[in-house]
Design a protein around this ligand. Structure first.
Ligand SMILES: [Zn+2]
Length: 237
């Protein structure tokens, strides 16, 4: 793991994983400056999404160690689980809410500026098409993150509902199981379409879902043997 620290936002350090640096170069050779603009815009949106989680978490007394951006998304590392399911629900919802609010605020002015023809034709052909492309990133991020499966925010929202009736461990197992199901669906779709990126995302989802289950089991075991344990690190996409 090689992380480079960029800057600190509201007291929360922002890191980028060294592999993230491949993206602007790749998009530059593919689409020129418009590609680089798109990468930086996605970078800013993912950062603000993670910051929304982080600030909500901190509001509930959950310590945030930092935000790390990977080529396929960001994670906010927190050092303990929120105490109540309702808090986990709000922390998980905060990220997608940022993307939804940004979409609503941006839609009308951009629609007036670009017109319907360009607004609904996102591409990297011209600058106006690129701005339309950038706009559609936020609703896409909101929908993807609200999938009710680990490691997406929707999985945490689902767990917070399940945890009201079930144990935390059982609620996690169910959300992780759905995460594995989505990973398989994405993986098969990626292989059938020859879409390497989708296969990579599927592997990432599968591993991250398993890791969540492992962390919860570890934490519950520490709790059982030591009374209470907040020593594991949790990564929140
Ligand atoms: Zn999120």
């Amino acid at each position: 793991m090689r992380n480079v620290k960029l800057f600190t936002l509201f007291g929360i350090p922002l890191y980028i994983h060294i592999t993230f640096l491949i993206l602007p170069v790749l998009f530059y050779f593919n689409s020129g400056p418009k590609g680089v603009f798109l990468v930086l815009f996605v970078f800013a949106c993912v950062t603000l999404h993670e910051l929304s989680h982080s600030l909500t978490a901190r509001h509930y007394g959950v310590q945030v160690r930092g935000i790390t951006l990977f080529p396929i998304g960001g994670v906010a590392s927190i050092t303990s689980y929120p105490k109540k399911p309702g808090q986990e629900f709000l922390i998980a919802l905060a990220g997608p809410m940022f993307n939804i609010i940004f979409t609503i605020v941006l839609f009308y002015p951009l629609y007036r500026l670009l017109g319907p023809d360009i607004m609904f034709r996102p591409s990297l052909r011209t600058w106006p098409n690129t701005f339309a492309y950038a706009f559609w990133i936020n609703p896409m991020l909101a929908i993807f993150n609200l999938l009710p499966a680990f490691p997406m925010d929707g999985g945490r929202i689902l767990r917070s509902f399940l945890a009201r009736r079930l144990t935390f461990r059982r609620a996690t197992e169910i959300a992780v199981g759905i995460g594995h199901f989505f990973a398989l669906v994405f993986g098969i779709a990626g292989i059938l379409q020859g879409n390497i990126m989708l296969v990579v995302i599927a592997i990432f989802i599968y591993m991250a879902a398993s890791s969540e289950e492992f962390q919860v089991e570890l934490m519950e075991n520490i709790k059982e043997t030591m009374g209470d344990g907040d020593s594991t690190s949790i990564n929140r996409p």
